[in-house]
Design a protein around this ligand. Structure first.
Ligand SMILES: [Mn+2]
Length: 277
């Protein structure tokens, strides 16, 4: 059964990665995923590239997030699909849905934890700060003002995460954020849902770079040592079967790079975004 949602947001945000290639990912995902009830294309500004207050292209990122928040407040959807774009593009959707669904679990399925702040980030890219912004810390243009945590660390589950900066590692340990390493997924695809009530609301943030780049190199920031795509798909299917999924985002796809697209379509199928073949 195809997952029913109230709106599909197509957000070709690339400035958060400072990588134009992931803008094309939004268009390609929109082509691969049939729409369910309606599709809203969020325009991304064509502002000059520059760094402000430690974040690259902050003006473009802030403007896109602001307009996406506006659209979500106006429509007030119960369930949202976001097709990105870089990993910062679904901050508004998570914030909206976490407020609407108390007790939401956020599965961050990503090679990266995106737990940096402008002070800790080696790259200064906004897409490495998204999860931290959702936890209420970082630049006010990313958290939204006033800065309020959308979720607590106990609501977050990192899946397949491996490419961590030392301050991110410290943050995960200090806040006891659940963390499932790539090797765990092959053996225990159901492990990430352990302890989460069956039928409770969940949001799945899928950065395609969670997959090993040997299988799926068409991403902005490839990180070796990842799980095989079919192990990721098994985990996504386990999360989807266990929870009431209220939000999904697919991010960081760079389709211009040579790759086997069947890996992408298998992941979309595991999320019930396409009809079974
Ligand atoms: Mn990533």
């Amino acid at each position: 059964m195809v997952w029913q949602r109230d709106v599909d947001l197509v957000i070709p945000l690339w400035q958060g990665a400072d990588d134009l290639r992931v803008a094309a990912g939004a268009a390609e995902l929109a082509r691969l995923v049939p729409t369910s009830t309606g599709r809203l294309h969020v325009a991304v500004p064509d502002a000059p590239r520059h760094t402000r207050e430690g974040i690259r292209n902050l003006d473009s990122v802030a403007d896109t997030l602001h307009r996406t928040r506006d659209r979500l407040a106006h429509r007030d959807p119960h369930r949202v699909l976001t097709l990105g774009g870089d990993c910062a593009c679904d901050i508004p959707a998570v914030q909206h849905l976490a407020a609407r669904h108390p007790g939401l679990t956020l599965y961050w399925v990503d090679a990266h934890a995106d737990l940096n702040t402008p002070r800790t980030s080696p790259s200064g890219t906004a897409h490495g700060m998204g999860l931290r912004a959702l936890l209420g810390e970082g630049h006010p243009d990313m958290t939204g003002a006033p800065a309020r945590p959308a979720l607590t660390p106990a609501q977050v589950v990192l899946v397949g995460t491996r490419d961590l900066d030392p301050p991110e590692r410290d943050h995960i340990t200090a806040h006891r954020i659940a963390h499932h390493h790539p090797g765990d997924l092959a053996r225990h695809p159901h492990a990430p849902t352990a302890g989460r009530p069956a039928g409770s609301p969940a949001y799945i943030h899928l950065d395609l770079d969670v997959c090993d780049p040997a299988d799926l190199p068409a991403v902005g920031v490839p990180a070796p040592g990842g799980p095989r795509p079919h192990h990721v798909a098994q985990t996504l299917a386990a999360i989807t079967a266990h929870h009431d999924v209220v939000g999904v985002a697919v991010c960081e796809y760079a389709p211009v790079l040579e790759h086997d697209q069947r890996h992408v379509t298998a992941l979309l199928a595991a999320l019930d975004l396409t009809a079974p073949a």
